[in-house]
Design a protein around this ligand. Structure first.
Ligand code: ADP
Ligand code: SF4
Length: 692
């Protein structure tokens, strides 16, 4: 299909200093949990994006000098020449399909605890280090000599970046993570010399560093500046007005202005709290203050919204991190007139948890993210089917849908049988909860893809028994029958059932999602700790209940610290009037009351309640799999070669785990038996010496 001419403007080239981007699709820097530990995985992930048509592709944050590093987080490093080859590999990968390679250099200052290098951190002003974990170390204030050193380190890093093949060098001054921001902000700069006080003074370091970088590599590389649009920290800080004044004063200083929201939490807001293009108001009008191109982000997945950003003069380049993760081929799909094939980001921020947990990032929508090199998974290419032909997938939740989609791509004859009347499984229910409508894209994308495949049939309203599966005689059977929330309180705090008086109505998340919502004084007990407890508290308030949320954790929805939304959830619940009891567990559910205990001291308490909602753990619905396993001796006669259980039916977890499980099953079907070998590649550090 030819490209829709409405989108032509997105494919216009843009000059950025001495280099030219082939189009307006600009993949802004994003973490991936792999960084220096998994350099080939990171390089291949970006090569795939190059193939997918992005005009500019950036590294994640790159530590430019060892005196400022952000352990335990795993990003990239450019501490000396030894780091150049790994970065050069990535630049080569990015260049493969003519994208410009961008590198984001960061000196973390007040944000770098230096746990690994043990150097004393340096910052604009002597203050405690500001990190997610309130690390108990402080930075000392930079002297003039330190600032001279910092300029030289920037020069050296730029020269190394140029050697590695980068086209755009971006200085990081956003999200609270870069020294330029720390100098600009009255929150972190209390200097009384020429680097503190007035905006002009606070911008001096920025000016000097950009000059230094330009002097070193400016004929060859573009110099970009990434700034926060608004720190949102009240009277102190760096406000949106300050940004506008700064851009007006230094309009043509960098070759590109890369504008991001205040903190990372603000900038990468999940769909539960932030719409697409949420930063428009903060960025609108800044482009008129400069002749240099402006890039901004906003979880852009719709080409129409992108076009509007350009046509209305808000942005020159469409910045994307998460949308490029969910669909590395987004630009190419627009270019090829395949807009309906775009796998849209759902804004769940699971990708960010890979960085926050220092593991390796995963994506709910794109199971191949960070597996491009590790497992050789390409998001758009699939090996043809192996030596069997037919697969029955039971259950059309995220695991079953993704398995059917990938099996369909591989050319298997697939039947997807679903007990319910709609496709989607848990997503069909959860998308109706407050703030989670965008999550429905998990089902919508797959439903459309499956509808286009002649070799996949979907049967709704088909609850299958083991006998039926045996009768059908498919060669392979994947059981993706999901999970159910427990009603007995077993999870983490309690590993045996909570005593319950039968007079007290007890509800589970499944009850509430089926429309069975209690009223009056409701105690919601959250020993799950991800989003469900907070979301259901919101639902209950919407339906008129008075809610007390009790959790043994010190935080509401504790695990959402990893999705950067914990603060927003807490705020939302307080605004809604939800009473929050932290560090407490429910011990007994009585008649009209709930007994609680402090999770730390055991001190007892009591709450009046008309109903209790237990958000504790999920239990796999694996009865069908267990029955079929027990009948294994009948498989050969039925023509069955394999039966596998996948997704929540195997072990409950967030949706991303289910799409991954479905994807993996479909990729590996009829594959070779690898025995005890590792099922993925990794890079092992070569010891400096070894007794050979
Ligand atoms: P997952 O997250 O692992 O994909 P879900 O709970 O989202 O799991 O989806 C499981 C789906 O399987 C649900 O839509 C459920 O209706 C369906 N299902 C459960 N048991 C059967 C069965 N015996 N036959 C057909 N479909 C089933
Ligand atoms: Fe988007 Fe979620 Fe994928 Fe991140 S994990 S890219 S937020 S769909």
């Amino acid at each position: 299909m030819p490209r829709d001419s409405r989108y032509d403007i997105l494919f216009e080239p843009v000059d950025i200093g001495p280099v030219r981007a082939k189009n307006r699709f600009y993949q802004v820097p994003h973490c991936n949990g792999g960084g220096y530990r998994d350099p080939s995985a990171v390089a291949e992930m970006r090569r795939v994006k190059s193939e997918g048509g992005w005009g500019v592709i950036f590294t994640e944050q790159v530590e430019l000098h060892h005196s400022s590093e952000i352990t335990p987080f795993i990003e990239l490093r450019l501490w000396d020449d030894d780091d150049v080859p790994m970065l050069a590999n990535m630049a080569d990968a990015i260049h493969e399909y003519d994208a410009l390679a961008g590198i984001e250099l960061a000196y973390s200052g007040i944000n770098g605890p230096n746990f690994y290098t043990r150097e004393v951190p340096m910052a604009a002003t002597a203050l405690p280090i500001r990190t997610f974990t309130n690390d108990p170390v402080s930075a000392r204030a930079m002297t003039k000599r330190d600032i001279r050193d910092l300029r030289r380190w920037h020069r050296n890093a730029c020269l190394r970046a140029k050697t590695a093949g980068y086209d755009i060098i971006c200085l990081y001054g956003a999200h609270g993570f870069g020294v330029i921001q720390h100098f600009l902000s009255t929150l972190t700069n209390y200097r009384t010399d020429e680097y503190g006080g007035s905006l002009e003074n606070r911008a001096r370091l920025m000016h000097e560093l950009i000059d230094e970088c330009r002097d070193a590599v400016g004929n060859h590389c573009a110099i970009a500046l990434r700034l926060s649009l608004d720190e949102m920290t009240g009277s102190l800080g760096f406000s949106n007005d300050d940004v506008r004044e700064l851009v007006a004063l230094h309009a043509d200083l960098p070759d590109l202005w890369d504008l991001a929201h205040g903190s990372w939490e603000d900038c990468s807001g999940p769909s539960r709290f932030k719409e697409e293009a949420a930063q428009q108001e903060l960025v609108a009008g800044i482009r008129e203050l400069t002749r240099k191109p402006v890039v901004g982000v906003g979880r852009f997945t719709s080409p129409d919204v992108m076009v509007k950003q350009i046509r209305s003069g808000v942005l020159d380049l469409i910045g994307c991190a998460r949308p490029s993760i969910a669909d590395p081929f987004l630009p190419r799909k627009i270019d090829e007139g395949r807009v309906e094939d775009i796998r849209e980001c759902i804004g769940c921020n699971i990708c960010i948890t890979g960085d926050m947990t220092m593991s390796v990032s995963r994506c709910t929508q794109n199971a191949t993210f960070m597996e491009e090199w590790r497992r050789g998974w390409h998001p758009e290419k699939f090996a043809p089917r192996g030596d069997s032909q037919s697969v029955l997938v039971v259950g059309a939740g995220p695991a079953g849908m993704e398995a059917a989609r990938v099996l369909g791509e591989r050319g298997y004859d697939v039947v997807l049988a679903e007990a319910g009347g709609a496709i989607g499984g848990r997503v069909a229910r959860e998308r109706l909860l407050p703030g989670l409508s965008a999550w429905g894209r998990v089902a919508d994308y797959r439903e459309y893809q499956l509808s286009q495949m002649a070799n996949v049939e979907i049967y709704l309203g088909s609850e299958l028994s083991a006998d039926q599966v045996l009768e059908f005689g498919f060669e392979n059977v994947a059981i993706a029958t999901g999970a159910t929330w427990r009603r007995d309180g077993i999870a983490r705090f309690h590993v045996t059932p909570i005593p319950v008086d039968e007079a007290m109505p007890v509800f589970t998340p499944d009850d509430l999602m089926s429309g069975n919502v209690p009223a009056g004084n409701v105690v919601l007990y959250d020993d799950d700790h991800y989003y469900m407890g907070g979301v259901l508290a919101e639902l209950l308030v919407q339906k008129g209940a008075h809610v007390t949320l009790v959790t043994p954790s010190a935080y509401v929805s504790d695990w959402t610290n990893n999705t950067l939304e914990q603060g927003a959830i807490h705020r939302r619940l307080v605004e809604l009037g939800v009473r929050i009891e932290l560090n407490r567990a429910i011990t007994v559910v009585g008649n009209g009351t709930v007994e609680t205990a402090c999770a730390n001291t055991g001190t007892a308490g009591e709450l009046a309640a008309d109903a209790v909602v237990l958000v504790t753990a999920q239990k796999s619905d694996d009865a069908l799999w267990r029955e079929l396993s027990a009948l294994e001796d009948r498989w050969p006669d039925a023509g069955i070669r394999s039966v596998r259980v996948i997704g929540d039916a195997n072990a409950p977890a967030p949706i991303a785990w289910a799409t991954y499980a479905g994807h993996r099953y479909a990729r590996e079907l009829d594959g070779p038996d690898i025995g005890d070998s590792l099922p993925f590649r990794r890079e092992v550090v070569r010891p400096a010496s070894y007794r050979t």
